[in-house]
Design a protein around this ligand. Structure first.
Ligand code: MN
Length: 174
């Protein structure tokens, strides 16, 4: 896990975002968070702790509990663990300028075969979230015909937490 790209994209004297620390592998429950990021385009950032940093995807339509939906998720640079507590306004002229709201946070369990790193390398990462809004089993799968190479699909598995019609913006429209 490297936070070099996170560092390169930001001027820490100009943004309230946490400065990059080194990746800090730790024991105990793994963290996840989702930030609602009203940048040039509104999107939701899904972040999952792997190897002491946060693997991150920008999800334009946001995550959903609807197992019938496939949500496009663009992998972006790893973020430091501290980012999981960040909310605020990134000033104009900075990377990602706009408001960041902590939309959900909690813990996750890795499911599937192999380590987190192996599943990411394979492009098929399976996990179970325990959050306030999001819960249950999900998978995030790399698109084989991705033009940009960073396109994944976020999928909700059918389980007790599945909710057809559920939408992040319309919260629990059924
Ligand atoms: Mn973002």
């Amino acid at each position: 896990m490297t936070l070099e790209r996170y560092r390169e994209k930001r001027k820490f004297e100009k943004t309230p975002e946490p400065p990059p620390a080194d990746a800090k592998p730790r024991s105990g429950p793994l963290a996840f968070c989702v930030q609602r990021h009203h940048a040039t385009r509104l999107h939701y950032d899904l972040r999952l702790e792997v190897g002491g940093a946060l693997k991150s995807w920008a999800v334009p339509k946001g995550p959903t509990l609807d197992p019938g939906e496939k949500r496009l998720a663009m992998m972006v640079e790893d973020h430091p663990l501290e980012y999981g507590g960040f909310e605020g306004v990134i000033p104009k002229g900075n990377y990602g300028a706009g408001s960041v709201m902590l939309w959900d946070r909690g813990t996750y369990e890795l499911l599937g075969q192999g380590t987190a790193e192996e599943q990411l390398a394979r492009g098929d990462f399976k996990f179970r979230l325990t959050g306030h809004k999001l819960a249950g089993e999900f998978a995030i799968v790399r698109m084989k015909r991705s033009a940009k190479g960073n396109e994944w699909l976020l999928l909700k598995k059918k389980d007790a937490h599945a909710a057809p019609g559920w939408d992040a913006e319309g919260l629990a429209v059924r």
